[in-house]
Design a protein around this ligand. Structure first.
Ligand code: SAM
Length: 430
């Protein structure tokens, strides 16, 4: 059996049955199985995840029974087989079928003939399968074509017209650029670009993030530059958030939802070692990551603490110049990196997010000095978690005024979908 397809199968099953995040399942299985082509495994895993609804729609047209009665191993092998035939031009059709049958013999015993039959009928009938009617069933059409749960499309169509929504859906299925943030305490952006180019990478400046670089090439984290802490991997939108907040040397910054530390570390770098960033997160294991990264980057001005941000730390009230609330959210802005988010159900947990976000904001706001700046950000595109939460907050806390807010979008800015809102606490009148 081909080790690359076996690895992809194990990753997809971990995502499907254990609800693991694709990036975590990928790294874990690649390490364990040692596939001969990591690139093939990634292409197949992300291709299947990005197109899951479309693949299931196609499979439902090829089988006689109901899709929900097809067992998960059989369905996973069928999705992989059809994806290879439809989208991976490097894979001959016969190889896609034969390798799927081999996988079935190991992981879906007794179902290899069924799988062989479905894949052969796909090869025969694929051009007769049509999508739902765009005119009559727009949401369903978009849901199948771009593989998103229908509630996400309806949510976006509350804010954007059909054409814009479609381009946002399509952008969510693109591979995101690899972007890094220069640690300017160690090297300038131009010098780092030159160093990376010398190592054989393509590297160019980001347009929005002043320390950002877009990089193309394999093995970035094995470079000396990385080991010596000259840069960190961070999406451009996250970099822009800290750029707008603009932490200065000597300030006290409190980041209440800090792990894995992107904004904490970017803030500490901007402060040139002067002042302090207090980084809190509810999970102890996650604050360890921040400490490890601070060490790699040579940053001494970060203090971490495991803490639930909805609980007030009395001793910090009125102390911080800047507070970061990079809240837990639905993640609809990062589907390019975690395509499994496109299939989340709009359940109670989703609906309760704005309540939690507001509770964290209200607690964190207490830490600011008069005249201090509060940043609320999320990596989602959902006005109930973004604009609505920020507006609710300032309505309930009139001493805060919104100073700036932006929604970055993958189809407009090429970044993750990201919301940033800066709110200033009124300075006390003398
Ligand atoms: C969007 S992530 C933060 C990303 C981080 N700011 C960065 O730039 O790398 C949200 C974080 O909030 C944490 N979190 C969730 N609920 C929390 C709570 N009640 N108190 C503190 N942290 C919480 C999660 O563990 C997660 O690490």
């Amino acid at each position: 059996m081909d080790i690359n397809r076996k690895t992809a199968y194990l990753v997809l099953m971990a995502v499907e049955t254990k609800k693991q995040y694709s990036n975590i399942a990928l790294n874990h299985n690649i390490k364990r199985e040692k596939p001969t082509s990591e690139a093939f495994v990634r292409e197949l895993v992300y291709g299947v995840l990005e197109n899951k609804k479309l693949l299931d729609y196609v499979i439902s047209k090829l089988i006689t029974g109901k899709l929900k009665n097809v067992r998960t191993p059989d369905l996973t092998i069928l999705r992989m087989g059809i994806y290879q035939i439809a989208k991976m031009s490097s894979v001959p059709e016969y190889a896609a079928v034969d390798e799927s049958v081999q996988l079935a013999k190991k992981y879906a015993r007794g179902r290899d003939k069924f799988i062989n039959g479905v894949l052969r009928s796909y090869i025969r009938d694929r051009y007769n399968i049509t999508l739902p009617d765009r005119e009559k069933e727009l949401v369903k059409y978009l849901s199948v074509k771009y593989s998103y749960e229908e509630w996400i499309i309806k949510l976006w169509m509350e804010e954007f017209d059909a054409e814009f929504t479609e381009s946002l859906l399509a952008a969510g299925n693109q591979t995101p650029p690899l972007t890094i943030r220069t640690n300017t305490g160690k090297i300038s952006r131009d010098e780092l670009i030159a160093e990376l180019k010398k190592e054989g990478f393509e590297a160019e400046k980001c347009s929005l993030a002043e320390k950002g670089i877009k990089v193309i090439g394999e093995g970035l984290l094995e470079t000396e530059a990385y080991k010596k802490g000259k840069f960190s991997v961070q999406d451009e939108a996250s970099q822009v958030a800290v750029q707008l907040l603009d932490p200065r040397p000597g300030e006290l910054v409190i980041d209440v939802c800090a792990a894995p530390g992107g904004k904490t570390l970017a803030s500490a770098e901007r402060m040139d070692g002067h002042g302090t960033v207090m980084a809190q997160d509810i999970y102890a294991g996650k604050t360890d990551i921040i400490e490890r990264e601070a060490k790699r980057l040579g940053l001494l001005n970060i203090k971490t603490k495991t803490w639930d941000a909805t609980r007030l730390r009395q001793e910090l009230c009125g102390k911080a110049d800047k507070v970061i609330v990079d809240a837990p959210c639905s993640g609809l802005g990062v589907v390019r990196r975690k395509p499994e988010i496109k299939y989340k159900k709009n359940n109670e947990q989703m609906a309760s997010l704005p309540v939690k976000q507001l509770a964290i904001l209200e607690t964190a706001a207490n830490y600011l000095v008069d005249g201090g700046l509060l940043m609320y950000s999320t990596c989602t595109v959902n006005h109930y978690e973004n604009r609505r939460v920020a507006e609710d907050f300032v309505r309930r806390n009139p001493e805060f005024k919104i100073e700036d807010r932006i929604q970055l979008l993958p189809n407009v800015n090429g970044t993750d979908g990201f919301y940033i809102c800066l709110m200033r606490k009124e300075a006390k009148k003398k």
